[in-house]
Ligand binder design. Structure first.
Ligand code: UDX
Length: 429
């Protein structure tokens, strides 16, 4: 099918590439002309495993094109996906101005029947507003349908998540767009759930809030484990093997971050409030998450006593593994807290150092993870990168003034670490 995607951020670019990969004819639109040029020349503005090869292949085969013109995208496609940012406002509500702008631009360019699909994460009832806006600004008065099709991809696994989704959610008001959407998603061989538009919009916020709740739950359990002398990983295993609970997203740590969970939680609390329900449970999820960082910083200061003039090595800057994204990263938060207390930092991340530079201009960036500990009073793990498990512990220890290790992601085994002579502190164990 002929598709266009407005917005080439994480969601838009990966969606465009995957739709092209399964044989659709895709035009990706972005109003950032420099980004469009970069993409046309084969450059990829984000790090996402598998994406670059997929984009290059589909550009070469002519299935994937990039343009800065919304009109070009709209006029050459039957279905138009909106994948623009929906950033948070200071009060937690969602800024929908990019969505509204795009709805107007689409309306202005429409000359024949179109299906306009919202893929950005939006508050319930946004579809209604998009439909009203298009109707108001469409001079040609052509027919159109609005669809909600929330995206559940995780950064770092975006291509895999998109090619093999657990489910595809399609919110429609009539059968015609439902049939077109089914056709688009047939090659993905995933269960398709067709709902009304409001329910589809709500599914996204409800899903992300539940996952955040699951993480805060295990972090709260970790705190009980610490107080009671139990091991949170064993507890997670024990409860997670119950299929009704599931083992995934039960990793205790220094809390969740990124551009989705914190934002979507705040938005869902606000949306619920607006429709008349105070979602106290989700407020507690937020509180536990903030507290988790506090407790970890306290663990560090309890051991090191004074942070002023202490040299600390930090492994991990991205908000999680397999990404270069540092937006709302707990690791960056932690670094800023340690710097505020007067520590100096030597940091390493396999992918996120370039993006971290703007947020942490005063730290020393170390290319080799095994060299981070040199001259340090303590070593901290802040992001759950698998490769940190391969750290040369003997070399790290040799270069440090004291063998102190704070593992904010439970990557190492406490008994092993103690056997190797480390003063080792982790989460809930
Ligand atoms: C999330 C959702 O998973 C995805 O479905 C949605 O589309 C966007 O938001 P993402 O933000 O890319 O995806 O990352 P995710 O893998 O969910 O991790 C989010 C945060 O939770 C990270 O900071 C991660 O470190 C943390 N986390 C995750 C934990 O602390 N423990 C866990 O067990 C899992």
């Amino acid at each position: 099918m002929k598709l266009s995607i407005i917005g080439t951020g994480y969601v838009g670019l990966v969606t465009g590439a995957c739709f092209a990969e399964v044989g659709h004819q895709v035009i990706c639109v972005d109003n950032d002309a420099a980004k469009v040029k970069l993409l046309q020349a084969g450059g990829i503005p984000i790090y996402e495993p598998g994406l670059e090869a997929m984009v290059k292949k589909n550009v070469a085969s002519g299935h994937l094109k990039f343009t800065a013109s919304t009109a070009e995208g709209v006029q050459n496609s039957e279905v138009i996906f909106i994948a623009v940012p929906t950033p948070p406002q200071p009060d937690g509500s969602v800024d929908l101005s990019y969505i509204e702008r795009v709805a107007r631009d689409i309306a202005a360019a429409m000359t024949s029947y179109k299906i306009v699909v919202d893929k950005s994460t939006v508050p319930v009832k946004t579809g209604e507003k998009v439909a009203e806006t298009i109707k108001r600004y469409c001079a040609a008065k052509v027919e159109f349908d609005v669809v909600s099709n929330p995206e559940f991809l995780r950064e770092g696994f975006a291509v895999g998540d998109l090619m093999n989704p657990d489910r595809v959610v399609i919110g429609v008001a009539s059968p015609r767009p439902a049939a077109a959407m089914r056709e688009i998603y047939t090659p993905f061989k995933a269960p398709i759930i067709v709902t009304d538009i409001n329910s589809a919009e709500l599914i996204k916020h409800a899903a992300n809030s539940f996952l955040a709740l699951k993480i805060s739950y295990i972090n709260a359990i970790a705190n009980v484990c610490e107080a009671a002398g139990a091991n949170v990983q064993e507890v997670a295993q024990g409860i997670g093997l119950d299929e009704r609970i599931g083992r995934r997203f039960l990793n205790a740590g220094i809390g969740f971050g990124g551009s989705c969970f914190p934002k979507d939680l705040s938005a869902f609390i606000k949306i619920s409030e607006q429709v008349g329900y105070e979602f106290k449970l989700l407020k507690e999820v937020q509180r536990i998450n903030a507290d988790q960082m506090e407790r970890f910083v306290n663990k560090i200061t309890d051991t090191l006593w004074v942070l002023k003039d202490k040299k600390i090595g930090v492994l991990g800057l991205a908000f999680k593994q397999n990404t270069d994204d540092v937006r709302s990263s707990p690791a960056i938060d932690l670094c800023q807290r340690l710097l505020q207390d007067g520590a100096t930092l030597r940091v390493h991340d396999p992918k996120a150092m370039a993006k971290a530079r703007a947020l942490l201009p005063t730290v020393t960036y170390v290319e080799d993870m095994n060299a981070v500990a040199e001259g340090c009073d303590a070593l901290v793990v802040a992001t759950e990168w698998e490769e940190f498990k391969q750290l040369d512990l003997a070399r790290a220890r040799k270069g440090m003034t004291a063998p102190i290790f704070f593992d904010g992601r439970n990557l190492f085994d406490p008994a092993e670490m103690e056997k190797l002579g480390w003063i080792y502190k982790s989460i809930g164990r």
